[in-house]
Design a protein around this ligand. Structure first.
Ligand SMILES: Cc1cc2nc3c(=O)[nH]c(=O)nc-3n(C[C@H](O)[C@H](O)[C@H](O)COP(=O)(O)O)c2cc1C
Length: 171
């Protein structure tokens, strides 16, 4: 498949619009890839590098994979996406199901990372983790903490800062 190179300078708006609907993050370790739906993400510049920052709850299977192999791809739809992809990737865990097979995802080998991209959501970022940190939910305004992290065990998010090594649209 062909890949048309893009730049975050010209496509950041489209990326943010895609995130507001649903984007997809793929991680891979121990020979197994897994894709999860993401709604939170930041595209920008940090430490002089182009970065995509994602926020993954500690309990996610994806978190285990990211900690084993600190690379990921982000795929953003152009147009509509099959509902099944949304429900499988957003509501099922890779611990229980092979999401690639279940959702019928077409894998496209990464250029700069060991993690594949997904042809059905063709706008792609390839990222390598530069930094990770567990969020301190105690620093949030109390009303946000209660809404997003209720209870004693908050299952907080890990922040992963990924340097964008490549960006393209799969044709
Ligand atoms: C629209 C949408 C956006 C989501 N955004 C995030 C997110 O940004 N971070 C997160 O940790 N989970 C998010 N989730 C939840 C995960 O996608 C979901 O729990 C998934 O089943 C985790 O898969 P895994 O256990 O295979 O990693 C979102 C779900 C949906 C439907």
């Amino acid at each position: 498949m062909e890949k048309e190179k893009i730049s975050i300078t010209t496509h950041a708006g489209e990326m943010i619009a895609a995130l507001k609907k649903c984007a997809y993050l793929t991680a891979k370790a121990d020979g197994r890839e897994n894709t999860m739906a993401i709604g939170w993400g930041t595209v920008g510049i940090l430490w002089g590098r182009e970065v995509f920052i994602c926020y993954v709850r500690k309990s996610r299977y994806t978190r285990e994979l990211l900690d084993k192999n600190p690379e990921f791809t982000v795929n953003m739809p152009i147009g509509e996406v099959d509902r099944k992809i949304f429900t499988v990737c957003g509501m099922q865990s890779g611990r229980d199901v092979d999401k690639t097979a279940e959702a019928g995802l077409t894998l496209v080998e990464g250029e700069k990372v060991s993690v594949p991209a997904i042809a059905e959501m063709p706008m792609t970022l390839e990222c390598k983790v530069l930094y990770r940190r567990e969020q301190d939910v105690g620093l949030l305004p109390p009303e946000m903490r209660e809404k997003i992290y209720p209870g004693e065990d908050p299952d907080s998010h890990m922040t992963y800062v990924g340097e964008i090594l490549d960006a393209y649209i799969i044709k």
